[in-house]
Write a protein that binds this ligand. Structure first.
Ligand code: HEM
Length: 163
């Protein structure tokens, strides 16, 4: 590495702060917000609360995913670590990239173009089922993100899990 170590470390600091805010928010929505909304009595209140809070979080997540991606690719560039994509022991690099692509697609493309409309339509028709499906999808995203985070911390510090 020819760059000052501080730049690389700064990128790592930004990466982790962005990941904490982003995945921490996903955890909050999954384990606190959606369960609370599912217990609300009126459909109107459920939809309004969810759209208000998740909408605000989605705006934040757009910034934190961008920062995580920029800092992540910068570190990969400085490490000249592209060949890691060809080595299965670096599954956590694939996982980080995969989770990032998934969230970027959802936040920047699918949600504004499609998901928002689909959510509203089905939540009006059958709120219970719609929130149950959404809750399950949030759990899937949260678990994938946590496995990825655990693998990335272990792998970055030399504990590879796979031989
Ligand atoms: C385009 C997306 C991403 C890229 C290119 C990327 C790249 C990287 C790189 C190159 C490292 C340093 C590896 C090393 O020191 O050997 C790293 C560390 C890390 N990344 Fe990512 N990352 C991305 C997204 C994510 C996501 C989505 C998460 C969490 C869900 C994540 C969590 C972490 C964690 C926890 C570390 C370990 C830091 C440490 O313990 O020092 N990254 N990432």
């Amino acid at each position: 590495m020819n760059i000052p170590l501080e730049y690389f470390t700064l990128a790592r600091v930004i990466h982790i702060l962005a990941v904490i805010l982003w995945i921490g928010g996903v955890s909050m929505v999954t384990t606190v917000l959606i369960p609370a909304i599912r217990r609300m009595k009126s459909k109107e209140e459920q939809i309004k609360t969810f759209e208000k809070i998740e909408g605000k979080f989605a705006a934040q997540a757009k910034v934190t995913t961008l920062l995580a991606g920029l800092s992540g690719f910068y570190m990969l560039y400085e490490l000249d670590g592209w060949a890691r994509y060809l080595d299965y022991r670096y599954w956590w690099i694939h996982a980080m990239t995969g989770v990032w692509v998934l969230f970027t697609l959802i936040l920047y493309v699918l949600e504004p173009l499609l998901l928002h409309r689909v959510f509203r339509k089905y939540a009006e028709k059958n709120p219970e089922k719609t929130f149950a499906i959404m809750h399950r999808l949030h759990w899937v995203l949260l678990l994938l993100s946590l496995i990825t985070t655990a693998g990335a911390v272990a792998g970055s510090h030399g504990w590879f899990w796979l031989k």
